[in-house]
Ligand binder design. Structure first.
Ligand code: C5P
Length: 224
């Protein structure tokens, strides 16, 4: 039988949203379902990899054959990603919250007839940029996602440079497309040299399989 393309490789995937606590019952989040990231993890298993999936809170099942590490906040996600290294391939598909409340209130904020104090926000760590920028232990292939509502390709190119990753999978999440939370995705693959490949609209499972096949090719080229 033919060797599977990712046999012997460790693949790390982040997926889903993050929840950034405001108080014990409230949080800041985003509309990520985790479908695309989970589909990438499932496809990597099919391709023969050992897969660690670091997932924010999602309502979809764990992909079979994957080691799932569940987290809530961006800071927990970064810690779990660092604990899961080394990896041959890291795919950052999570929709990480950009900001979190500066402090979590220890008790539930009461509705007492006046408005609560305005939320003070601070920036979350950028997990993709942190891992892509490591001087030691950087996975040989680091892939980011870019969910954009406008100037998709322009923003993806800037993002590659800013984050130091090798490839960006860019998609248009403007409300008309129904991508966020939906079952289909149409993506552009943007590489470091600025090259772009645009794929037709496909189911997220099929996008996952095609992405994994592409990443396996790139990894094989690099290590040959
Ligand atoms: O900057 P932006 O959020 O658009 O970048 C998206 C890419 O960066 C995704 O791959 C996402 O998983 C990753 N990211 C991250 N940590 C953050 C913000 C984004 O890993 N704090």
């Amino acid at each position: 039988t033919a060797q599977k393309p990712l046999a012997g490789r460790h693949v790390l995937v982040t997926s889903g949203p993050t929840h950034e606590p405001i108080d014990p019952v409230r949080y800041l989040a985003n509309r990520s379902s985790g479908r695309q990231g989970h589909a990438v993890a499932a496809a990597a298993v099919e391709a023969g990899a050992r897969v660690t999936l670091v997932s924010g809170p999602v309502a979809i099942p764990d992909p079979p054959g994957v080691t799932v590490v569940r987290v809530e906040s961006a800071r927990e996600m970064l810690a779990a990603v660092e604990a899961a290294l080394p990896a041959d391939l890291a795919i950052f598909a999570a929709a990480v919250g950009d900001w979190r409340p500066a402090e979590m209130r220890p008790g539930k904020i009461k509705k007492d007839g006046s408005l609560p104090a305005p939320l003070q926000l601070v920036e979350n760590p950028d997990i993709l940029a942190t891992i892509a920028g490591r001087s030691t232990g950087r996975p040989p292939l680091v892939v980011g996602f870019a969910a954009e509502t406008d100037a998709v390709l322009d923003n993806a190119r800037k993002k590659i440079a800013r984050k130091g990753c090798d490839l960006i999978v860019a998609n248009d999440v403007s409300a008309e497309g129904g991508v966020m939370g939906g079952t289909e995705n149409s993506v552009h693959l943007v590489s470091r040299d600025g090259g772009v490949e645009t794929w037709p609209k496909l189911g997220k499972e099929e996008v996952g399989r095609r992405l994994v096949a592409r990443f396996a090719d790139l990894l094989a080229q690099r290590s040959s």
